[in-house]
Design a protein around this ligand. Sequence first.
Ligand code: AMP
Ligand code: ZN
Length: 206
Amino acid sequence: MAKRYASDEASDEEKGRKSSKPPLIKPSLGHWSQGLLKSMQDPDLILDSDDKCIIIQDGYPKAQHHFLVLSRDDISNLLMLRVSHVVLLQHMLQFAQSYTKKSHSSIHFKFGYHAVPSMKRLHMHVVSQDLDSPCLKNKKHWNSFTTEFFIDAVKVIKTLEEKGKLDINREHYETMLKRPLLCHVCRKELRNMPQLKTHIQTHRHK
Ligand code: AMP
Ligand code: ZN
């Protein structure tokens, strides 16, 4: 079975713990890593779309506002990207930025990709910077959005323009998920997730 890194919510699905499954996600027969392919066709999850990409609600949001932008082209992950994809990636970023401007104009978002994604089909995360959500449960989740494991969309585009492809060393990125828990706002180190969750509340509404 494929090893998973950033989002291990699929384990709940595999074990059939129905109670932990958010109501938005419908049961799927395929492998958990294919879940986005189903969700990108689900009208209940689709927020906006055009001929090149689809914005969906993240099924296990790691912040108060968390969306995914998926390419309609069958690109499985970042490693498949070449310089010819720059136009598509720029479009996905602009499409997402204009969506958030329209729908959540006062919220600060980050736009980027997990270096080692767990789900198939290229998807850009659009995530509000409160990082406050019951689905954000563990260190892997936290570090996947607050370390360089989260690669800014502009950086992905620049690297492709300059180098023609992305050079992703899996082990290098995996170690980031094990780093200590640092607040993403003030960099204070917290001992555990409950302390971190309490701490980040101090940065709300400032
Ligand atoms: P990544 O680690 O970049 O592959 O992240 C995958 C994202 O997909 C995570 O933020 C999950 O919360 C989200 N996710 C997992 N399964 C589904 C699904 N079936 N529908 C919608 N979002 C999902
Ligand atoms: Zn802090």
